[in-house]
Design a binder for this molecule. Sequence first.
Ligand code: ADP
Ligand code: MG
Length: 214
Amino acid sequence: MRKKFITFEGIEGSGKSTQIKLVAEYLIPKSVSLIVTQEPSGTDIGRKIGNILFNREHHHLCAETEMFLFCAARAQHVREVIIPALEQNKIVLCDRFSDATYAYQGFGRGIDHDMIKLINDYSAMLLKPDLTLLFDLPVEIGLKRATERNNQLKDPAAADRFEREKFDFHTRIREGYLDISRKEPERFQVIDANRDVDVIQEEVRRCISDFINL
Ligand SMILES: Nc1ncnc2c1ncn2[C@@H]1O[C@H](COP(=O)(O)OP(=O)(O)O)[C@@H](O)[C@H]1O
Ligand SMILES: [Mg+2]
């Protein structure tokens, strides 16, 4: 299992889902064997856990429960989907993974880093991404995009529990992700997400193609 697990991270509206879909559409015709998956909804169990996590009526869901639920979804996802795919020598493109727990429940909610590391490592069976693309952009632009996306869904109230968080929360997430990326520069590629979709996609293709020696 080498050099095959690639994660996409960044704040709400940074373009993770847009870019992962486009790069998969680029790689598949080149006969690259891959799967695209996401957290927490990469499994049936994870989708159900996600319904609890994102429900905007769950104001009272405490930070620790939030951390355990994301990690519970990850435990299922790693065992049911990610490891089996890596064992079949597939490339796994994953929309959010453990770094999101450090960013959201650590920097965002204030849970101690060492506690997160313990639970994260256990849930993920110590699996770490080989490459992480961090889509970085100003919070106000990310949130504006997320709002526009929700409006297109014809439900202006569609913002989930996280999108409804205050500006400061999202600022801590952005700074948190950048902090994590500086500690592991060999794993991270920080991508300026405040550009046109196709310009960003060109950089994403280049990064991933180089990484997998396409
Ligand atoms: N580079 C970009 N410029 C402008 N709008 C974008 C860009 N990338 C994505 N979008 C739009 O912004 C919204 C959020 O993008 P999305 O990929 O869902 O972000 P994420 O998955 O990171 O939350 C979508 O409506 C998408 O079409
Ligand atoms: Mg998304």
